[in-house]
Design a protein around this ligand. Sequence first.
Ligand SMILES: [Zn+2]
Length: 178
Amino acid sequence: MMNALTFDVEEYFHAEVFAGVVRREEWAGLESRVVRATQRILDVLEEGRSTAATFFVLGWVAARHPELVRMIHARGHEVACHGYSHEMITRQSSTQFAEDVVRSKKTLEDTIGAAVIGYRAPTFSVVRETLWSLEVLVEASAFDGNGSGVAHPGGGWRVFPAVSVPLHAMGDPTDQRA
Ligand SMILES: [Zn+2]
């Protein structure tokens, strides 16, 4: 059995629980805690000589704290994608979701200079109603780092080993009634 250690790299105000009290337009004016908190995690992992972890980073965070994302990468951990601004897939059209995936992936890849191939949906929003998003993720593999729309070996989304799907929300896959 493989054990995997993963973290979401986002601000406290990105959490869905704050969605009703903090508007997106207010985000930029709120105190940032993500750098301090993530550095602490990186230090603890280093102290424990832990094996590499996967950090699912928001494009929004990478745009504001590129040095933090480069530090995660430089310390030997995987930088993976958590969408751009923590929008749940359940609130996006397939076009909006595709744009979000490509934008966040490109932001992260430009920041670390390496391919980003893992994706975790905000608030575990890959559920039965949003299974179409998996097709969008596969289609997005056709984009290379320059957005030219041409798939090439060694670049772009190749695999999605870290799509988090809460199985209890999926129901019985053999049940054809739903
Ligand atoms: Zn999250």
